[in-house]
Design a protein around this ligand. Structure first.
Ligand SMILES: Nc1ncnc2c1ncn2[C@@H]1O[C@H](COP(=O)(O)OP(=O)(O)OP(=O)(O)O)[C@@H](O)[C@H]1O
Length: 611
């Protein structure tokens, strides 16, 4: 209540005024039968009676009290407007969400339907539908909803297109989460803030359209809305006498007042919706009072100090069923370290002539050409090259998250003998996260900022494994331990972690279901040198302990030199050189490899300098 009051105080005067008028109008509509001084269907005055104390708005041609008709008219006007707006918003939002999220054929078909609806002239269309369906409130609701849903669908689709490309949504799709799950749990909450003000604006348009339809004779004569009052006044020659002053002006003024008030109130609703989203985030990020605070290393710090806050689970709350490594190993599927870099070992990942370009027609370009790579089980392959050489294109093709503009022109990606490019979306989703894990670039944006990091690991686990929630949480804590984070970090939000800690969480998500292959796209970018070193040590450690098979994409040669068994160098979309790391570094064959090596900084001879 106090939050509502404080929000009310922050609203501009016009918004407050609009909200107040909307509330009064709704109250009048609800209480109309008790507020109206007379029964509007009874003849209580002489026809065309002028306004008087008994009848402040006079009477119509049949002697009905016009004030009572006006008060009762609020009901159908607001009811039709409200219901039609809700229906239009529901249809428009569903279409916009589906088209924007699924893209492809679904998007094309739905947007062409939207284009057709938008190109139809509203008034003649409504007349045709009205004549076919017959006048009445249901017809009005259908016609108004039909006229309003299409612009909403278009607007929402644009928002969803941008939200679906956010890194944390891509990261979730990379662990194989179902479309419905990603939509409902991550996309809908983000765009809901936009839907609420749209709904309010739709009410405004719907009230106006209801009046238009009623005036055109598509209203329900048995329930006299304000639009219907105008229609009846017109047909009963109110304009030929001075009766229009009290028969036409008041309902016209009420329609104008409603539209204006709703328009003013929409600003307030937008603010409140955005505010409540922010407050929810704030509540989530600050957590309940009285929680212990942790310092950067995860130890308890005196409350009221320190940047990091996280709840410490009660002592003994976690009963460890297996060591973190055992947890991950228990889901391992193939041989690992024994076959490490063995020349005769079967390739886990095999790319043949992969050609992927961006754009269509004359605009086609970029991407990668005729890429051939082989990654053995237990091996770390470093994919290096300058900016724009095509590394990310190859990585995105392996995990199946190519940008919309990407066009596959040929080649195969064999993963454990399965051609990934031949798989349907559902089969591919089953592999992602469970057998192929992705460590995306930019851990900060790959994590959902309003969900606890532990829950994000749990989410990745539950996408593929049927586990009781508590067991999943326990596994998530073990995975945190595996990547070198204290289990207490489970309850932290991404912003409460350092860059290196976030990167570890992203790694834990990638490892959650014990994948056979991990694709790490620039896993150390944006981190300072010391943290980079820590992450590299962690990768090395995981490789040795778990026999991880990893495709490590980076432009940073020193990074791969420390972890990769073999290197593949890309330039201009092609692999120009590949071989054992030591061999490539010792005797680079291609000028690009030599340039990459030459670009490595050399430390000055400090000893010499100090002499
Ligand atoms: N969505 C896209 N639309 C059009 N062209 C693209 C798109 N993404 C990449 N490209 C082009 O494809 C080529 C390869 O890009 P890619 O991102 O794979 O390179 P990269 O080696 O990963 O570079 P960086 O290290 O800078 O990310 C570049 O020429 C780039 O301009």
């Amino acid at each position: 209540m106090s939050r509502l009051l404080s929000t009310w105080r922050t609203l501009p005067l016009t918004s407050r005024l609009g909200l107040a008028v909307v509330v009064v109008l709704c109250a009048v509509a609800i209480l109309a039968p008790w507020l109206a001084p007379y029964d509007p269907s009874e003849r209580v005055a002489r026809p065309f009676a002028h306004p008087s104390l008994d009848h402040p708005l006079g009477a119509d041609d049949a002697g009905h009290d016009l004030l009572s008709v006006l008060i009762l008219g609020a009901r159908p006007s607001l009811l039709v407007g409200g219901i039609a707006a809700v229906v239009a918003t529901a249809v428009g939002s569903t279409v916009g969400l589906t088209a924007g999220y699924l893209r492809g054929v679904v998007d094309t078909v739905l947007m062409r339907v939207v284009d057709v609806v938008l190109s139809l002239p509203v008034v003649p269309l409504t007349l045709v539908i009205g004549v076919l369906a017959g006048p009445g409130l249901p017809t009005q609701i259908v016609v108004i909803s039909l006229a309003l849903w299409a612009p909403m669908a278009r607007e929402l689709r644009a928002q969803v297109l941008s939200v679906r490309e956010r890194d944390h949504i891509l990261a979730l799709r990379a662990v194989g989460a179902r479309h419905g799950y990603v939509l409902i749990r991550h996309v809908v909450p983000t765009v809901a803030v936009l839907v609420v003000p749209q709904l309010v604006l739709a009410v405004k348009s719907a009230v106006l359209l209801e009046a238009t339809l009623a005036f055109l004779g598509l209203g329900d004569v048995s329930s006299m809305s304000w639009g219907m009052m105008l229609s009846v006044a017109n047909s009963r020659n109110a304009f030929l006498t001075d009766a229009w002053l009290w028969w036409v002006v008041p309902p016209g003024a009420m329609i104008a007042l409603t539209v204006l008030a709703v328009a003013l109130a929409s600003g307030a609703v937008e603010r409140v919706a955005a505010g409540s989203g922010a407050a929810r985030r704030e509540r989530r990020t600050s957590g309940p009072r009285g929680r212990a605070r942790l310092d950067a290393s995860g130890r308890a710090a005196p409350s009221g100090t320190g940047e990091f806050t996280a709840e410490i689970p009660p002592e003994g709350a976690v009963t460890r069923s297996a060591s973190p490594i055992e947890s991950v190993r228990s889901t391992e599927r193939g041989p690992s370290t024994e076959l490490h870099a063995g020349a005769s070992a079967p390739a886990l990942l095999h790319l043949e002539g992969l050609t992927l370009r961006y754009g269509d027609g004359d605009e086609v370009g970029g991407g990668c050409r005729e890429v051939g790579l082989e990654l053995l089980r237990g091996e770390v392959l470093g994919l290096v090259g300058g900016s724009g050489s095509g590394k990310s294109t190859v990585a995105s093709a392996v995990v199946g998250l190519m940008p919309a503009a990407a066009r596959l022109q040929g080649g195969r990606i064999l993963f454990d003998g399965i051609d990934l490019l031949e798989l349907g979306p559902r089969e591919r989703r089953h592999l992602l996260g469970s057998r192929i894990g992705l460590v995306p670039q930019e851990a900060q944006s790959a994590l959902n900022p309003v969900h606890r990091v532990g829950e994000q690991i749990v989410e990745a686990l539950l996408v593929h494994e049927r586990l009781p929630h508590e067991s999943a949480r326990e596994r998530a804590r073990e995975l945190l331990g595996l990547v070198g984070l204290p289990a207490e970090r489970f309850r932290a939000y991404p912003h409460q972690l350092s860059g290196g800690q976030r990167q570890r969480v992203v790694l834990a998500i990638a490892l959650a279901c014990g994948p056979d292959l991990v694709v790490a796209d620039e896993p150390t970018s944006g981190l300072d040198v010391l943290v980079q070193q820590e992450i590299l040590e962690l990768l090395r450690d995981l490789r040795d302990r778990l026999g991880l098979t990893m495709l490590l994409v980076t432009h940073d040669l020193p990074v791969v030199m420390q972890v990769a068994d073999r290197l593949a160098v890309m330039h201009d979309g092609q692999v120009v050189e590949q071989g054992a790391t030591s061999a490539v570094l010792a005797a680079p064959q291609h000028p690009c490899t030599r340039r990459l090596l030459d670009s490595l900084p050399e430390l000055p001879d400090l000893e010499g300098a100090s002499r």
